[in-house]
Design a protein around this ligand. Structure first.
Ligand code: GTP
Ligand code: MG
Length: 344
């Protein structure tokens, strides 16, 4: 894709982004001791195979589907799909409520990925938490992709050095992933760039469907790897370009919602950090407050655990603002993008 054409779609302003204020359902997480999909009444080996190929390898993933969607994705009749779903609902270990104690235990496993920029880490109460989805939003050139690259490098660092000693999956929708940039940043820490690059697994997403499939693919690809971070840069560009106009809005948000659910699941299952970027567009008619707002509207706000709003300041400085965090005060910090990476 020509870069010029891409820039044009970016600047275009859409007026009808809002509505569909529907919270993301929280994941039920306990899957141990659960029945296999073959144990569902009416599911033989062939159907099970179809379900697995479509990415449904446990009861919970079936229980949350709508019959029409399951029928389409697994190439089944709708009546069959409906039967499978209701059986999965009965047999799935939905769990629902867990004790505060168990919740605390899960929280204890949360790790923090350090940006190694003191002001950013302080703003985030020590770093980027695992089991969380972080949305980094800002205008064109505000530094979203730079944060993605830097955290990808940091993720490969040992835990004692602020990293997660983990592998990174990077879904690149705008063709802006640059291994050369990773090399520069790795050298900035005195690391062997090849070793860092070997742990960053990159895929280019050609459209929103492809992007969603790639996210599902991570589940299968991650065997034998210590997946600690998933980056989607940008989460919204394809959706925005493909679903234009008010008539498409509900459809777009529904798909985005499903995509986010998959991503959140990856975060919980792997005790990993999911970082998505989102470009904001100017809203010239806004009279008060910040004249920008992120694409994706309310659904994205509900799904992200942390939101960082980036903007450029004078003398090459950048400002990151923490917005709507559930357990940290809103605040701002200043940092710089240098050749070696992000610095105080
Ligand atoms: P879009 O994806 O277009 O929405 O922008 P973005 O928010 O992802 O911006 P990105 O992270 O690509 O930031 C680009 C900016 O980072 C550039 O304008 C530079 O200011 C800065 N930058 C990128 N590479 C370097 C570098 O090697 N050295 C320095 N000093 N700055 C860099
Ligand atoms: Mg970018």
């Amino acid at each position: 894709m020509a870069t010029k054409a891409k820039k044009n779609t970016k600047i275009k302003i859409e007026k009808n982004e809002e509505v569909l204020d529907e919270p993301i359902p929280l994941m039920a997480l306990e899957e141990e001791g659960e029945a296999k999909i073959e144990e569902l009444p009416g599911v033989g080996p062939a159907t099970a195979e179809k379900l697995r190929e479509a990415g449904f390898d446990n009861l919970l993933s079936l229980a949350v589907m709508a019959p029409g969607d399951l029928a389409e994705q697994a190439e089944l009749g709708e009546a069959v799909a409906a039967k499978i779903i209701s059986a999965a609902k009965r047999m799935a270990n939905i769990g629902g409520f867990i004790s505060g104690e168990a919740l605390l235990e899960r929280r204890r496993q949360v790790q923090k990925l350090h940006s190694k920029v003191q002001s950013i880490d302080d703003l985030l109460g020590g770093g980027f938490e695992t089991q969380a989805l972080v949305e980094v939003y800002g205008e064109f050139g505000s530094g979203k992709t730079q944060i993605g690259h830097q955290l990808a490098v940091n993720c490969t660092l040992p835990v004692e050095e602020g990293g997660l000693d983990g592998d990174v999956f990077y879904i690149d929708t705008e063709d802006t992933f640059r291994p050369e940039r990773i090399t520069q940043m790795a050298r900035g820490y005195g690391l062997d760039p090849d070793k860092v690059l070997a742990r960053i697994h990159v895929a280019r997403a050609y459209n929103s469907d492809h992007q969603m499939l790639l996210a599902e693919e991570i589940k299968r690809m991650s065997k034998g790897l210590n997946v600690k971070m998933i980056i989607v840069d940008s989460l919204t560009s394809h959706f925005r370009a493909e679903y234009i106009g008010r008539g498409m809005l509900a459809n777009r948000q529904q798909k985005l919602n499903r995509h986010l659910k998959d991503l959140k699941q990856l975060a919980t299952v792997n005790n990993a950090l999911v970082l998505v970027t989102n470009q904001v567009h100017s809203k010239p008619d806004a009279m008060w407050g910040d004249p920008t707002k992120p694409i994706g509207g309310h659904i994205l706000a509900h799904a992200s655990t942390f939101r960082l709003y980036l903007r450029k300041a004078k003398a090459g400085r950048r400002i990151a603002r923490l917005v709507d965090s559930p357990n940290l005060p809103d605040g701002e910090c200043v940092y710089q993008v240098t050749q070696e990476g992000l610095r105080d």
